[in-house]
Design a protein around this ligand. Structure first.
Ligand SMILES: [Zn+2]
Length: 562
């Protein structure tokens, strides 16, 4: 019911006493905002807005702070965050004895025979350094872990490459090695895995993994407990609290999610417990193009076209990977419904298969999302070929994880009308060291300036590295890489306002919601983040220090620190 039909109750919520950045070029800054029925009902001068107050109004004085549209994290991997607190942390352990002390304490409270699986060594959220973060520069050995936990299988998990950085170091005690059938003769089936051995050829308990996404659990650790549906549901609840606390009110999961991960979201949606709007892309488990065609034809009608759902949960399109190792995809598929940390299904797709999958998807009106990294040039010809027969731009196909890209390929994306999402924290900050020796000093890596100038519809995501949008705003505006703090491709830096736009309004294109979401104007979702300072006015170097003091999602306060 529109608020004006019940003047006695007034608006549901009024924010006043600060600045509101509407992201509407027609009226970019206002003093106050009113919310009714989950939507922004009015914006303008404080005096005018306060006249809309009534008996049912909660009025919040935001104390001089700045309200912006809630963040739309367009590559969020939100399901992962909450899972991190499901496993005991080793945070603060700076030596092997520290680690062993923690393990001994966990053993004392764990019934004999039950697994102890911890988070990696190192400091969260990225756990960089692994064993180098311990005084001895090494992981505990099986013998040391045996002494700390003689009656429990122990696994200190290695890092997950997306929120950490390989190599990952897994440490197991003797019981854990035995339960997983690892002995002196064990040989990994996939590349990038190394079972450390002592002089006598016996496993030391340490497994080193060089792959970006760890496959150790799929290949070598069948007995280590997996995250199940219950953990995923609970993990998402924890994640939503964390994402809301930094002002995030929408996520787009274009990397695709497995059936189990989607089931976890669906469970919360059915109970009305989602406090972040989620748009989910399917991560398929088919083996080849023939099977894909059958699945697309018979099972994926709900993901066709724009997709299906409501403003809180939306299912849309499929993720088709490019690249990947066949042996890995096979092992990962055998382990389903488990998908480990990733939450999606590993695929292995050659260049020709990629084209065939895309054509099949286009035929069934399934919009495609593709992770390209530095391989945009390999993917573009297939998109062009599909684009000759189907309107991929109108259907809003999406290219994700864009890393180093040639200008001509970006121009082709513009011509096709394909959407782009970026993960600056991954390619510019965390991985920036890969590109500092490029002749253009990284100018072609996550080239926001070029993409904006070309008019490519581009939106940004955190990739859960960390999930904090302020960190990603800082990366987009400063382009500092992690290793040496150097500025990668300085001409690609964008302003605070442009960066904010990429993380708030532009994501609405991905869900065809640009008339409903993103800006704080009447009739749009009341998704709002109140920040400790104005991200468009402060020195970009300080963007990473911003905090979110109040978050409103669909008109409801979901985080408050005022
Ligand atoms: Zn991703």
């Amino acid at each position: 019911m529109p608020s004006e039909t019940r003047p006695d109750r007034g608006a549901d919520l009024i924010l006043t006493g600060g600045r509101v950045l509407t992201m509407d070029p027609g009226m970019p800054v206002v003093e106050a905002l009113a919310v009714s029925d989950g939507l922004v009902s009015a914006v303008g001068r404080a005096d005018d807005i306060l006249e809309m107050a009534g008996s049912g109004t909660e009025t919040i004085d935001i104390g001089g702070l700045t309200a912006v549209p809630g963040f739309n994290d367009t590559h969020a991997h939100m399901d992962r965050e909450g899972l991190k607190s499901h496993r005991p942390s080793l945070e603060g352990a700076t030596s092997v004895p520290d680690v062993l002390d923690r393990i001994a304490k966990l053993a004392a409270e764990t019934p004999p025979g039950e697994w102890i699986v911890t988070m990696p060594v190192g400091a969260p959220p990225c756990y960089f350094g692994g064993p180098e973060s311990l005084a001895e520069g090494r992981m505990p050995t099986r013998g040391e872990l045996d002494a700390a936990a003689p009656d429990n299988p122990v696994c200190i998990a290695g890092v997950f490459g997306n929120w950490g950085a390989p190599p990952g170091y897994t440490a197991l005690n003797s019981l854990a090695l035995e339960l997983n059938g690892i002995d002196r003769d064990t040989v990994p089936r996939v590349s990038g895995l190394e079972i450390e051995r002592d002089e006598a050829g016996e496993p030391t308990g340490v497994i080193v993994e060089y792959n970006q996404r760890p496959f150790v659990e799929f290949d070598l650790l069948p007995a280590v407990p997996r995250f199940g549906l219950e953990e995923r549901v609970d993990g998402i609840c924890r994640s939503m609290r964390a994402y809301n606390a930094v002002g995030t009110t929408s996520v787009y999961e274009g990397h695709g999610l497995s059936a189990q991960t989607i089931a976890a979201y669906r469970d919360l949606w059915e109970k009305g417990e989602l406090t972040v709007r989620v748009a989910l892309t399917l991560s398929p488990a088919w083996r080849d193009v023939a099977e894909a065609r059958t699945v697309m034809r018979d099972w994926l009608s709900h993901a066709r076209g724009r997709g299906m759902g409501d403003p809180w949960l939306w299912i849309t399109g499929v993720h088709i990977a490019y690249g990947g190792e066949g042996a890995v995809a096979d092992l990962a598929r055998e382990d389903l419904p488990n998908t480990g940390w990733s939450g999606f299904v590993e695929q292995a797709v050659t260049r020709n298969e990629f084209r065939d999958y895309c054509l099949a998807a286009a035929e069934h009106d399934l919009r495609v999302h593709t992770i390209v990294g530095d391989d945009l040039g390999d993917v573009v010809p297939a998109l062009v070929e599909v684009g000759e027969r189907y309107p991929v731009g109108e259907r809003r196909w999406v290219v994700e994880h864009i890393g180093r890209a040639r200008r001509e390929d970006l121009e082709t994306l513009k011509e096709l009308g394909v959407l782009v999402t970026t993960i600056p924290a991954y390619f510019v900050w965390k991985g920036g060291g890969w590109y500092v020796d490029d002749p253009d000093f990284g100018d072609s890596v996550v080239a926001h300036r070029t993409m904006l100038d070309l008019g490519i519809p581009v939106a940004a995501g955190t990739d859960n590295i960390p999930y904090d949008p302020f960190f990603t705003l800082w990366v987009m505006t400063t382009r500092r890489e992690r290793r040496d703090n150097r500025v990668l491709g300085p001409d690609q830096r964008i302003s605070g306002l442009e960066a904010l736009d990429l993380l708030t309004t532009r994501g609405a294109w991905l869900t065809f919601e640009e008339e409903r979401k993103g800006r704080l104007t009447p009739g749009r979702y009341a998704d709002i983040a109140v920040l400790s300072d104005d991200p468009t006015a402060i020195d970009p170097e300080n963007l990473r220090d911003l905090r979110c003091r109040l978050t409103v999602a669909g008109g409801r306060v979901v985080h408050r620190d005022l």
